[in-house]
Design a protein around this ligand. Structure first.
Ligand SMILES: [Zn+2]
Length: 333
């Protein structure tokens, strides 16, 4: 018996062949050869088992395919049936950006006080962004280092105060209460606390006998709404070219309650806004009678306000559109 016959042998034939081979053997060494042919590794029996298992695999595959064929039409029929008890698909809803939310919240404080919302262009000229606000060409804030110039005269506004000038100029000697919000631009390198674009909210009131106490009362009311009734605030003297006198307003750090943390730079206080009485020269520049009319103005950075309120350590989160960040500001309705 030679190895070349192995593959054609099936289960029944094998016992006949074994018997025949044994009959033909004449001595012990031939019996040993027959044993080797049939039983050892690579011999007829092991090849047969291999062949059988391959055949069984094929049979199984066929069986499964048959079953799938039978099932398919049944399943397709089911697909067409309308199951009115199935829960509907829920599509994820977006929400207002946190910067829009806080702007609306602040508008909500001022509207009941009789303020009007006015918005103006982000592209402005030097006259309305600087000159009329008491910032002549030699003023340091006008250096190319922090303003995006579009050409010799046009620029991206560096603050929302251009709105103040335009509104005052269009309504000379009128009593006004205005609130505005919008994007402003500075040539800052982007890092954890600076961005080349940020959001400002600015308000101003002009009328007869408007004094510093009106400003103080207004700011106290707003900051109580934003930071809570009992959170202390403080006024510090400051300087801005377009207000006189000028102040900066700090709130007690709500994250550490004045103990000192990274957000308040270990001081316990955080600067919230700048404000002051509108400089008489600014009123005059806009056609107002500055002997009769006075006014106050204030402005604050919205990103900074949210960072302080929620302990956000990197301002760039507001612009990266990372849903994991934005989701935290979802308003449940
Ligand atoms: Zn703190």
């Amino acid at each position: 018996m030679s190895g070349s016959n192995k593959k054609i042998i099936d289960e029944k034939e094998i016992s006949i062949l074994v018997e025949k081979s044994l009959k033909e053997t004449e001595n012990f060494s031939e019996i040993e050869t027959t044993k080797k042919d049939y039983l050892e590794k690579g011999g007829i029996i092991s090849s047969l088992f291999q062949q059988i298992s391959q055949e069984k695999d094929q049979e199984r595959k066929k069986e499964i395919e048959e079953k799938l064929k039978e099932q398919k039409p049944e399943k397709e029929q089911k697909k067409d049936k309308l199951d009115i008890y199935l829960e509907g698909k829920r599509f994820p809803l977006g929400n207002l950006h946190p910067l829009t939310q806080i702007s609306q919240e602040i508008y909500g404080v001022f509207l009941p006080l009789g303020y009007q919302i006015v918005e103006s262009d982000e592209i402005e000229n030097e006259e309305y962004n600087f000159n009329k606000l008491n910032m002549p060409p030699e003023h340091s804030a006008r250096g190319m280092h922090d303003t995006f110039y579009l050409n010799a005269n046009l620029l991206l506004r560096t603050h929302t105060s251009n709105t103040q000038i335009r509104v005052l100029e269009n309504n000379p000697n009128q009593e006004l209460k205005i609130i505005t919000a919008g994007k402003v631009y500075r040539r800052d390198e982007d890092d954890a606390t600076h961005t080349h674009q940020f959001t400002q909210i600015e308000g101003f009131v002009v009328g007869c006998n408007i004094s510093f106490s009106h400003l103080k009362g207004t700011l106290e009311l707003v900051l109580k709404k934003l930071f809570g009734e009992n959170n202390p605030i403080r006024f510090r003297p400051s300087y801005f070219p377009f207000t006189e006198p000028s102040v900066e307003v700090d709130a007690l750090c709500i994250l550490c309650q004045g103990k000192g943390c990274n957000i308040c730079k270990k001081t316990g206080w955080v600067e919230i806004l700048g404000a002051g009485l509108i400089h008489p020269q600014v009123l005059k520049n806009c056609g107002y009678d500055n002997q009769k009319f006075t006014g106050f103005a204030f402005g604050l950075g919205v990103e900074r306000l949210l960072m302080i309120k929620h302990g956000i350590e990197d301002i760039r989160h507001f612009y990266l559109n990372d849903v994991r960040f934005l989701k935290q500001f979802r308003v449940m309705s």
